[in-house]
Design a binder for this molecule. Structure first.
Ligand code: MTE
Ligand code: MO
Length: 218
């Protein structure tokens, strides 16, 4: 499954690509982080919508593997057991999706990206991180964003194992960026010297994706 090319012709993909062209949901407003919790152009939801390319890979926990490679001195392949044996962190964060919904106070448990970078011994030349998922989805970010103290490889949400539809067994969560930068069904983490645009980034989404700056589209 890991090498499957994601569908480019689904209705949702075409619609969202068109929104990127049209600048949908851009308000041009400013909001200040300190006194406003909802980024510009977002609305609050209480449920947790499911959004993906529509190809849910079913990788059971005992089969799941995570490869950590590229510019690292200690490449890793983690099973779910190996990941669970790493030091664990709990994080409380808000979700901001580019399609304009936000969800407050999500409790995540998992392994911090900081710890992962320590174990893999990331080389000094590494500047970008390329993430690949089991449905073929990819996304990319600067290493500073990946290394955010809030970012983690999450196996649980609200104290329960992450459901398949939300990316179980493991998804990345990078709370300070729009949610498309948080790949579900994580398969591979590659540290690189050069950037490489991911699935939505090549379709007009912003390369950085800070909700507070409304970095929706490029
Ligand atoms: N593997 C994978 N991860 C993905 C996606 C995807 O299609 N495949 N979609 C992204 C997008 S656009 C969003 S908004 C969030 C949605 O996560 P959720 O379904 O848990 O709300 O997942 C992100 N991560
Ligand atoms: Mo999204």
């Amino acid at each position: 499954m890991a090498d499957d090319t994601p569908p480019d012709d689904s209705k949702l993909t075409r619609t969202k690509s068109r929104w990127a062209e049209l600048g949908k949901f851009l308000t041009g407003q400013q909001s200040r982080r300190e006194d406003d919790r909802l980024p510009p152009g977002q609305h609050l939801v209480r449920n947790w919508p499911v959004l993906d390319l529509g190809q849910t890979p079913n990788v059971p926990g005992h089969v799941w593997r995570l490869d950590i490679g590229g510019l690292v001195a200690q490449p890793q392949t983690w099973s779910l057991d190996a990941l669970m044996r790493q030091p664990q962190v709990g994080i409380l964060s808000d979700i901001h999706c580019v399609t304009s919904w936000s969800r407050y106070d999500n409790h995540w448990d998992g392994v911090s990206t900081h710890h992962l970078m320590d174990v893999a011994d990331v080389k000094a030349e590494a500047r970008f991180v390329i993430l690949t998922a089991n449905d073929g989805y990819t996304t990319n970010m600067a290493i500073e964003d990946f290394a955010s103290p809030q970012a983690l490889l999450a196996h649980s949400w609200e104290g329960q194992p992450l459901t398949l539809e939300h990316g179980g067994p493991i998804r990345l969560v990078v709370p300070h960026l729009y949610f498309w930068k948080s790949p579900k069904w994580l398969r591979r983490i590659e540290f690189a010297e050069r950037d490489h645009l991911g699935f939505w980034e090549v379709r007009g989404y912003h390369n950085h994706a800070d909700p507070w700056k409304e970095e929706r589209y490029s």
